[in-house]
Ligand binder design. Sequence first.
Ligand code: XMP
Length: 462
Amino acid sequence: MKVYEGITFDDVLIVPKISNVLSRKETDTSTNLTDKIKLSIPIISANMDTVTESAMAITMARLGGVGVIHRFNTIEEQVNEVKKVKRKQGVIISDPYTVSPEDTLSKVKELAAEKGVTGFPVVIGSKLVGIITKRDYILEGDMTKKVKELMTKDPVVADENITINKAKSILKKNKIEKLLLVDKEGRLKGMITAKDISINEADGGISKDKKGRLIVGAAIGIVGDYKERADKLVEAEADFIVVDVANGYLTKVADVVKYLKKNYGIEVIAGNVATKEGAINLARAGADAVKVGIGPGGACLTRSVAGVGYPQLSAIMECSVAGIRIIADGGITKSADLAKAIAGGADAVMIGSLLSGTDESPGKIVAKENKNYKIYRGMASISAYADKVMKQNELLDIEGYTPEGTEMLVEYKGSAIKIINNLVNGLKSAMTYVNAKNLNEFRKNVEFVRLTESGKKESKYV
Ligand code: XMP
């Protein structure tokens, strides 16, 4: 029997080289997630229910990465999260959420919380009759008041075909935040917000689709409602689908990839695998990228339960020669791991635990002994299993379920923005050490040196 040797991030260091790259500012961290999807930072937030819903996906895309909305919810909930991202920053929101003049303030507030927006056009049928924004209701305490009593009548409107520049000057002149677009009959056709215009202009690094909207991915499984889920996600214009299965070697995973490519032609990322054979198998099925990682994740128990896995850096290096783009999924605990994953051949990394416990991650903050926490859990943990079973009204069989994931309290970390920036700065620093201005040069120039036990101690890895 063949016994392989494998290494992971803390087993190596990147060897410094003579370099002309004087500062991090000279480096470019852009990458292709798939042929059609370009990112300016090689980071994806994980499709886990304690990591990525719309808030995380919006922040990720605004920073130049992308988020993948998890699938541990109803189809409707997942689609709603995708839609929230797609609506967020497109300069023209073509189908804004609306309220009716007869709605109560309590309904408006509910909708605002659910949809993550604060202002609504007021319509009767499709006819625009007003607008209600935060400043109309922020000081109002009477929740039974009707929209018609609070709204601004005769809002500023423009033709549905207005240019962004023209819209900008109208917003400026009228000192308003939202411009409503109507057709000749006064029917609501869209909305442009000042904030979205300024974000759009501020940074070329934002991950955007062809219509200027934020990019977002969404996960599906390979059993149950996966076909309907895929259908609805494609309809909601998710930019790519992640076929999310712990064991990407199952032949059904390749079958689902083929099904998606044939029926929708959408970009598909599939996984997880950890060897060249597994990556080639999914590439042949038509996947545009594969997720690499069996068991390195912060909440993973697969290795101790099944004894299956492959040390993550070796997995990345082996899969990177399979002729398909690689997303290194799991085990990134610091910026050095990101740098080594990319150096080892990954096109991007997927991150779970590092991004958990943040403002953008789903879930409430819990206080314990004067400290604040959020929950982070593996998707094969007992509690994730129990939630899933209960949502589907199935019989809960805790005794018969052996979890391959754990759950934990993660100290509340504030915004994910700081974490992403630190990760990217670490990667950029590594690039300056090996004379690399971009990630291709970085991969070409990097050599690793293997650490001894005392080398690990010296590097503060143990
Ligand atoms: P990190 O290390 O960033 O890893 O937290 C995130 C990745 O972990 C995987 N994942 C799991 N693996 N059991 C596992 O063995 C689980 O319950 C589980 N949940 C998530 C997944 O690939 C994720 O992106």
